[in-house]
Design a protein around this ligand. Structure first.
Ligand code: SF4
Ligand code: SF4
Length: 160
């Protein structure tokens, strides 16, 4: 199942109300000349049916649909959060052993979806963003130059 933010969902649904969000990805791939095989993880019968419907015929995105997809992409990128790649270089130097990429992932999901509850799961972590000592040890480790202490403070305030 695909989840996009409300703005991107509205754009794609307006362009093709009868199509599932997942089908946009597959039909985009259909238009790429070098793609020979597409793999899809499915966990429900409904998803199997939807994929069969999508691949029932060769039906790549039209020029209009490509434009709608581009608009939806921009709507997603606008809300994208922090560019953490989950390399975990920062984790080994953190004196409180914060699971920094996990915390950032929840933050990004909350930002992308607009669902505040996405931060709820962080309360079950042994160490939360609020435990950050603001020591800055992680900063030199991050290839993405993320202001990790500043972000931990921000997330702690949101989750409080
Ligand atoms: S600033 Fe916070 S997240 Fe970074 S190493 Fe120190 S305690 Fe850990
Ligand atoms: S070092 Fe930076 S990119 Fe890597 S996991 Fe930590 S925050 Fe994410």
């Amino acid at each position: 199942m695909s989840n996009l933010n409300a703005e991107a969902t509205a754009i794609l649904k307006a362009a093709a109300p009868e199509r599932s969000l997942s089908s946009w990805a597959f039909r985009y791939l259909m238009g790429l000349p070098n793609v020979q095989t597409v793999l899809s993880g499915m966990s429900t019968l409904e998803q199997v049916r939807d994929n069969l419907h999508t691949f029932d015929s060769f039906n790549p995105l039209s020029a209009e649909e490509q434009k709608a997809l581009q608009q939806a992409t921009e709507a997603i990128l606008k809300h994208l959060g922090v560019p953490c790649t989950a390399c975990r270089y920062c984790c080994s130097v953190c004196p409180v052993k914060l699971d920094i990429p996990y915390i950032i992932k929840a933050y990004n999901e909350q930002k992308l979806s607009g669902d505040a509850w996405r931060l709820d799961g962080l309360s079950s972590l042994e160490h939360s963003a609020a435990d950050c000592l603001q020591c800055g040890r992680c900063l030199r480790r991050c290839p993405q130059n993320i202001d990790i202490p500043g972000l931990m403070r921000k997330i702690a305030n949101r989750a409080a």
